[in-house]
Design a protein around this ligand. Structure first.
Ligand code: NAI
Length: 250
């Protein structure tokens, strides 16, 4: 029996050069998918991820583009379809934080986080949907967050963007279900990546103590949930938010 869940599928992952996006790209490739991914620039990290994935025996290409830019996102999707023939799975993963208390938050902090985290998902979903609708299948996965469900002091911009991603996925699920397209969210808790490494050690330790499973998550923990949602194992799952948080969102 072939255990590769994504054989003959093509996936596009935004922000795949490191962290959770990279782990998802690798997990999909291990399961037989050809993988296109994006990053802000054609960095050494992008070239290294391409090589790591190609070594797994699938096709892979990195595309440099600002996910917040509507035209660039549409151009990436066009190029991916030209290079790979189709897009079966879209993972809206690119994201940033610019934390600050609401009283002190600048307009730039608000606008940039909403643009990179939320508008980017609109850009890529809008660009990929026509071809998914024509093939009458597709799986869209938005990387939300537990703070998009519960809010967080000091992260009103980030939490609002992550809540928006949930509403976006649920709406797309309702609109596009009749065309065989599913849209879901993953809400990670505290995952060890560059994004969380930026927090002071004491804060990270304190968060760890509050997690019922008593550890921070690894990018691979999130990648397994993405694999499930991308695959036919989740054929009847759409419009859902799956927390991957060691119980911190219970
Ligand atoms: P990271 O900072 O390690 O990686 C972010 C990725 O997004 C990088 O590949 C970066 O190049 C890319 N990116 C950033 N801005 C971009 C732009 N304008 N255009 C294109 N690519 C861009 O972050 P991490 O931790 O891997 O997070 C991935 C996603 O998971 C994000 O959406 C984040 O909000 C979400 N998340 C992360 C959690 C965590 O604890 N690490 C918890 C909950 C959600």
């Amino acid at each position: 029996m072939d255990t590769q869940l994504l054989k003959n599928r093509v996936a596009l992952v935004t922000g795949g050069t490191r962290g959770i996006g990279k782990a998802i790209a690798l997990e999909f490739a291990r399961n037989g998918a050809d993988v296109a991914f994006t990053g802000s620039s054609r960095s050494e990290a992008m070239v290294a991820v391409e090589a790591e994935i190609i070594a797994l025996g699938v096709r892979c290409k990195g595309y440099a583009a600002n996910a917040a830019d509507f035209e660039q996102a549409h151009s990436v999707v066009e190029q991916v379809i030209a290079d790979f023939g189709k897009i079966d799975i879209l993972v809206n993963n690119a994201g940033i934080t610019k934390d600050g208390l609401m009283l002190r938050m600048s307009e730039e902090q608000w606008d940039s986080v909403i643009a990179v985290n939320l508008k980017s998902a609109f850009n890529y979903t809008h660009a990929a949907l026509p071809s998914m609708a024509r093939q009458r299948s597709g799986s869209i996965i938005n990387l939300s967050s537990v703070v998009g469900i519960g809010g967080n002091a000091g992260q009103s911009n980030y939490a609002a963007s992550k809540a928006g991603l949930i509403a976006l996925a649920k709406s797309v699920a309702k609109e596009m279900g009749p065309r065989g397209i599913r849209a879901n969210c993953i809400a990670p808790g505290f995952i060890a990546t560059d994004m969380t490494d930026a927090l002071p050690e004491a804060v990270r330790e304190e968060i760890g103590k509050q997690i019922p499973l008593r550890r921070g998550g690894e990018p691979e923990d999130v990648a397994k949930v993405a694999l499930f949602l991308a695959s036919d194992m989740a054929a009847y799952v759409t419009g859902q938010v799956i927390s991957c948080c060691g119980g911190m969102n219970c």
